[in-house]
Design a protein. Structure first.
Length: 267
């Protein structure tokens, strides 16, 4: 059983919803990332989503785009991100880590090489935003050969047929994008999210995580009541940006929000 599957199984027995924070690797500088990962786990994170900096992050809003730019100023590469996970694993062997990013850096490295290095470092799943399932058979093959879970996005506009296609290729969990638009959008409607989750559940037994538009403890609790996981990104990345250059303040600010979310969702 993968670390992701094992974590969701454990959470299910505890009747708890997963809290999955997202931060961009190397933001605001490379030395921040691994200490921040450990601090987020201590603050109540159940899985970690680590963004791979990219020059054209088309699915992301201005907050996470700026985070990529800050990381790229320090020349943070895909190899660097993999090495950060390996460093994190020296102390934490249990918390699942998901890389979120775009296809280009993986293509440059090569699918098999990337999958092998990522798995060896302790990566558990990969969310590649800009490659649809029907074009990703080679990528999925490399992932599965290295026991990496391919994680896919379902959108509010996804049809029943599309949802079935996505779920047939996904493992680990299914990531439901709760709003139309890019990361950081704020027009989340919880009833609509619940309705779509119920629709997705007709096509998969995988856990369903919900992200985009979750910015505070109240909203995390509302979404957590209907989903298997709550993913929070832009709200945390804003706190990194506000405290750029001060690792202690970044950790304090990010973990403060995470703890409030974890408490509101139920410990």
């Amino acid at each position: 059983m993968s670390r992701i599957a094992a974590r969701f199984e454990k959470l299910k027995t505890q009747n708890r919803t997963a809290l999955i924070p997202y931060v961009t690797a190397g933001d605001s500088e490379p030395s921040v990332t691994v200490p921040l990962m450990h601090a987020m786990v201590e603050a109540g994170a159940d899985l970690l989503e680590l963004g791979v900096p990219f020059s054209d992050p088309m699915a992301d809003g201005p907050v996470i785009q700026a985070a990529s730019e800050r990381a790229l100023e320090h020349h943070v590469s895909l190899t660097d991100v993999i090495n950060m996970v390996a460093e994190f694993r020296q102390q934490d062997k249990e918390t699942p880590v998901i890389l979120m990013g775009y296809l280009n850096p993986i293509e440059v490295m090569g699918y098999e090489k990337f999958a092998g290095l990522a798995a060896s470092a302790g990566v558990d799943g990969v969310l590649t935003v800009d490659i649809p399932p029907e074009e990703s058979s080679e990528l999925i093959s490399a992932f599965k050969a290295n026991s990496l879970d391919p994680i896919y996005l379902v959108a509010p506009t996804s049809t029943e047929e599309r949802i079935k296609s996505i779920c047939a290729n996904a493992s680990g969990f299914v990531y439901y994008v709760s709003v139309k638009g890019v990361t950081g959008a704020a027009n989340l409607q919880v009833q609509a999210v619940e309705d779509k989750i119920n629709e997705i559940r007709q096509s998969t037994d995988l856990p369903i995580g919900v992200g985009f538009g979750i910015s505070d403890a109240e909203r995390a609790a509302e979404v957590g009541a209907v989903a298997d996981a709550v993913v929070v990104g832009s709200a945390l990345v804003k706190r990194v940006a506000s405290n750029a250059g001060d690792t202690d303040k970044i950790i304090q600010s990010v973990t403060e929000l995470l703890r409030s979310m974890r408490t509101a969702m139920g410990n």
